[in-house]
Structures are given as C-alpha cells and as structure tokens.
Design a protein around this ligand. Structure first.
Ligand code: NAD
Ligand code: TDX
Length: 346
C-alpha cells in the first residue's frame, strides 16, 4: 500500500511515519508537509534515506499542488495529521487555523473523491468535545458526546470532523476519524506543556503555569496513539469515530512537579501566570469502544513514558536547540542540496 501522511514533519505525524516504516515493510510512505514553524525536516532524519519513504514540501490547502500529487502518485490511503495545533496561537490568530484545518481538509477530501482512495483517516482531537467539570470525575467523553469546542483551534478541528462525516455520507468516501487526548513523547515542539517545561527546566528558566495549575489533561504516550491509528487503518469501520485515550488524567501542576523532580531542579522555577482565555478545565476520554472493537489498550504507563520522554530530550538537545535558535528552518535547504547531490551521483 502507498500511504500519504500529511504533517509528517510534525510531532505525531513524524512518530507515525517511523512507526509505519518500522512495522510495515509492505507499505511505502509519501509525506507531505508545508514545513510551517511547527514542521522540522530533522524529525524525519532517521527515515529520509529509506527507499520506502519520500518527502514533498506542500501545503494541504494548495488545491493545484495537492491534485498534482494525487495525479502523479497512486495513493491507497491518506492519513491527515497536518494542522495548526497550538491552542494559544489560535487565540492570537484564528485565521490560519481555519485555512489549514478546515480548508486544507476539504482540499484533501476533494482530492480523495477525484482520484479514488481506499481510506481517508482524519486525525482529530478530544478538544472537539469541549471540557468536563473538575468536580465530577465520573464523566468522560465518548464517541457520542456532543461537540462543544472552546477555542478557535478546537472549533476548526470540529468543523473538519463534520466535513469528513458529510463527505462520507454524501459521497460515500471511505472515512474514519480518531479523537485523541493529549500526546507526549519524542519530537514534540517545545511550545506545548511537557516539552516546554523540560527544556525550560534544563535551562533553569521559569516554568509558566497557567491559572492555578489545576486543569486536567488525559496524557497518552505518542507511540500508543500511532498503534491505535495503525489498528484503525487495518480493521476500523468506515464512517466510525474512535476515541483514543489512556485513562491517565493529571493536573498540570503535578506534571510540572514530576518533571522538576526527575531533572533534580527546584520548584521555585514554577511561575504562575495569567490563565489562558477560555481555558478548558478537564479532558477525559472513555476508550471502551476502541478497546472492544479493535483490542487497543495503551501500553506505556505515564511513569515510564515521562522518563523516556525526558531522556529523549536530554539525549537529543541538538534537535530542540536548533528549534530555539531558529536554525531548524534552514534544514530543508540542506536536505534539498543533499538530495540533489545523491541524484547527481546516481
Ligand atoms: P504539530 O504542530 O507538531 O505538527 C503539525 C504538522 O503539520 C507540522 O509539521 C506542520 O508543518 C504541518 N502543517 C501545518 N500546516 C500545514 C499545511 N497547511 N499543509 C501541510 N502541512 C502543514 O502537531 P501534532 O501535535 O503532531 O498534531 C498532529 C495532529 O494531531 C493534528 O491534527 C492535531 O490536531 C492532532 N492532535 C494532536 C494532539 C496532541 O496532543 N499533540 C492530540 C490530539 C490530536
Ligand atoms: O506554558 C504553558 N503552561 C500551561 O499551564 C502551556 C503551553 C500550557 N499550559 C497548560 C494549558 C493546558 O491546560 O497545560 C495544558 C496543556 O497545554 P498544551 O500543551 O498547550 O495542550 P492543550 O491545550 O491541552 O492541547 C493539546 O492537546 C490536544 C494539543 O496542543 C492539541 O493539539 C491537541 O488537540
């Protein structure tokens, strides 16, 4: 099978590309990514020479270019990770979120209609359900919970999900959707809670905790998310939404304290700052459906996952330091000149 992975130079997409190439020698992967501020070709360093992997720099909302890609490559499956993904940025500037997350998804769906694919999978988020109260731990999001997006980011993801559902029903497109809780692990851009806290703690900089730090997120190790999507591609039911989460709810402040403790840094680095506008209180996924239907369960416990993640950031400081000093944005040109060199040699 030939799989198009969009957004593969980002955090989860990059982990998914590695997961698929490693576990499925029968598949080849074409990755397209616009290399926005969140995309980093260095995330794909371990696969760039793989003969079953190819990278094209492209914006999913560029209809002409995307159609050219579909025309040229005989694609079987599309997995759409490409998105503007940071809630705080969506509060500052919602426009690009609608452009990429909604219009970009529509271009991909239209391309799938025109060129025929076996499966389109939309990578969505639990944020489309809004939030849950802090004082009722028995409430969880299920696949039938109603959509109540709080941030422009969440609204754009919910809009894309509705579009996917509509294309499935109206045009019979073979679509599946997954809605996952907060991911953590290697290659996450250091603007999100866990990598920001790790990299700031290493540098002994302040750790900004929004509000009182009591908001709750349901953390999932990124490899477990990749395994779930892999299973949905293999055995998922067309038209179905799958919630993915690990029953691993934690308060932000507790996460920050764990990171400081593992790194041996003082809690005096914690700085309480102004709360995020519209800040969702609690996310919590009920993963019963994907467990019953596809046998999926998360395998990495938080205690192991956070140790592995911190070790990864300590052992790969070049990856995130290149981001912090901006030099990662020159990596694509280096990659291109490397590719030209290998073509000339051949
Ligand atoms: P990320 O920001 O790390 O990566 C996004 C990637 O998409 C980047 O490589 C970026 O260059 C690329 N991209 C952005 N706009 C593009 C465009 N117009 N065309 C092509 N590529 C473009 O995001 P992530 O955390 O890896 O999230 C991946 C997907 O998973 C997103 O759809 C997100 O909504 C969803 N999700 C993320 C989480 C999480 O905790 N990170 C949880 C649930 C769902
Ligand atoms: O500096 C910070 N301080 C802080 O207290 C940051 C960056 C975050 N926070 C809080 C806000 C949230 O309650 O930590 C929590 C997690 O924040 P983010 O890492 O920004 O994630 P979140 O807003 O929960 O959204 C994430 O999960 C769902 C991803 O970014 C989304 O792409 C995904 O859909």
């Amino acid at each position: 099978m030939k799989i198009l992975v969009t957004g593969g130079a980002g955090f989860i997409g990059g982990n998914f590309v590695q997961h698929m190439l490693h576990n499925h020698p029968e598949h080849s992967i074409l990755c397209i990514d616009a290399l926005t501020y969140a995309g980093n070709i260095e995330t794909l360093a371990t696969v760039i020479d793989n003969t079953r992997f190819k990278f094209i720099k492209a914006d999913i909302s560029d209809r002409e270019l995307i159609y050219q890609v579909f025309e040229k490559e005989s694609l079987d499956i599309v997995v759409n990770f490409a998105a503007e993904s940071h809630v705080d940025r969506s509060i500052e500037n919602p426009q690009i979120f609608l452009q990429t997350n909604v219009m970009g998804t529509q271009v991909l769906l239209d391309a799938c209609r025109n060129y025929g694919i076996k499966r389109y999978h939309q990578v969505s988020t639990d944020e489309v359900y809004g939030d849950l109260p802090l004082d009722n731990p028995n409430l969880f999001f299920t696949e039938t919970s109603s959509l109540h997006a709080s941030s422009p980011y969440a609204a754009s993801k919910a809009a894309a999900d509705l579009l996917c559902g509509a294309y499935q029903r109206t045009y019979g497109l073979p679509i599946t959707i997954s809605r996952c809780s907060n991911n953590y692990g290697p290659y996450q851009f250091p603007e999100k809670l866990i990598p920001l806290m790790i990299t700031n703690a290493v540098a002994e900089k302040e750790l900004p905790v929004y509000g009182n730090g009591e908001n709750i997120r349901d953390w999932l190790y990124v490899e477990d998310h990749c395994i779930a999507i892999d299973l949905i591609l293999q055995n998922g039911e067309i038209g179905q939404v799958y919630n993915i989460g690990g029953h691993n709810e934690m308060r932000n402040i507790d996460i920050v304290k764990i990171i400081l403790s593992i790194l041996g840094k003082p809690e005096t680095l914690i700085t309480y700052v102004k709360d995020r506008k519209g800040h969702d209180l609690r996310y919590a996924i009920d993963p019963t459906f994907i467990h019953d239907q596809l046998g999926w369960l998360p395998t990495t416990k938080f205690e192991q996952g956070i140790q592995k993640t911190i070790s990864w950031y300590l052992n790969n400081s070049k990856w995130w330091k290149n981001i912090l000093d901006g030099s990662y944005q020159k990596s694509y040109e280096t990659y291109m000149s490397y590719m030209k060199k290998t073509v000339r040699k051949a």
